[in-house]
Design a protein around this ligand. Sequence first.
Ligand SMILES: Nc1ncnc2c1ncn2[C@@H]1O[C@H](COP(=O)(O)OP(=O)(O)O)[C@@H](O)[C@H]1O
Ligand SMILES: [Mg+2]
Length: 430
Amino acid sequence: MTVKINQLEIENVKRIKAVKIDPEEKGLTIIGGNNNQGKTSVLDSIAWALGGDKNRPSNAMRDGSLVPPNLKVTLSNGIIVERKGKNSSLKVTDPLGKKGGQMLLDSFIEQLALNLPKFMNSTSKEKANILLQIIGVGEQLAQYQKEENELYQERLTVGRIADQKQKFAKEQIEYPEAPKDLISPQELIHQQQAILAQNGENQRKRQKVTQYEYQVSTLTEEVVRLKQLLANKENELNQATADLALAKTDVLDLIDQSTEELEKNLAQIEEINCKVRANLDKEKAEEDARQYKAQYDALTNRLNDVRENKLKLLNSANLPLPGLSVEDGELTYNGKKWDSMSGSEQLRVSTAIVRKLNPECGFVLLDKLEQMDLNTLKEFNTWLDQEGLQCIATRVSTGDECSIIIEDGYSSTPLPKTEEKVSTWKAGEF
Ligand SMILES: Nc1ncnc2c1ncn2[C@@H]1O[C@H](COP(=O)(O)OP(=O)(O)O)[C@@H](O)[C@H]1O
Ligand SMILES: [Mg+2]
């Protein structure tokens, strides 16, 4: 059962002389009034009565009062909390008349409900931590967050390299007309050597001709000179003549080939290879860039997976308010961080979270609601109503939205009758 405040009776606390309030069972109860009339003193009194001595105001007794503070809070579970007497000692009485103490109150009173601004003014990280503490998935979420951050960093690095590589590849010169592979001069050198060898062989054959020519001439001379040896030598001559004829036919079809073209090609090889190397470099750079791009894409997929897991985890958790989440360790509501939420969203988020901290505590206290316009108040009130939550708030105003007006430390219901007026502004016809 959630505990609410049924009735408040306060005397001589801070600015208060005598105040009696019957708060609405759910939704907003606005304590109105001008400045310095005692509105905040009402909330301070409740916090002191229910939250223990650590919430005692430094100057608790009203200046000029002859009697000590007197506080009485009647709760919906039947428990009556009182502070009275010289020492303002605490008295907690349960419906059966048994006495209890602060321990009993602490079991259903949430400190942050007595001091909602303390939650609202905490950092986004502190708020997120409180939320995680409530929904109990903090460890798993932190793991996902860590993974997400690591993947993000890794992808960032790879992405930068991928960009650089691509830029580098783009800057490389390209020669579309150059062959695909590097040319080897070896083949041409082989061809050249074969030709030179063939030419050498030709030369040898030519020398043979010369040799036979010499022989014929010598022998002819000898034939003249040595007529007597003519007969002997005639055979030789005939033979030599025959050889000569043969050798001559042998050289008849010989053609020497030119190596000029090959020499030219050899000279061009280096020039061509320069271009081939440039093309290979460019291809390598492009491949590099492609690989890094693929790595980047793979990391993007993994990052998305982790983000999805994180979301699933949060969605599966029992959230105090649908739409709450934790991103980068910060509390978010419908994707918005704290400073991007509207005033009523901030109120709703804080109330919902603080409420979950101790589900038995069915009320929150809120000071200085004058920061909120009536529309915002109405929106907040509707939500409180739906949630069955009670909120006792102060507001510098004497308007119809107030359930009670505090003036010079006294409470009075605003005129004309509150009930109608409050329901009117709540219905939005103000
Ligand atoms: N013990 C006290 N006795 C009398 N007046 C006090 C005491 N403590 C504070 N005040 C005065 O109460 C006023 C503020 O009261 P508060 O409840 O905060 O008013 P409100 O919220 O309506 O502006 C200040 O003028 C302050 O000086
Ligand atoms: Mg005030």
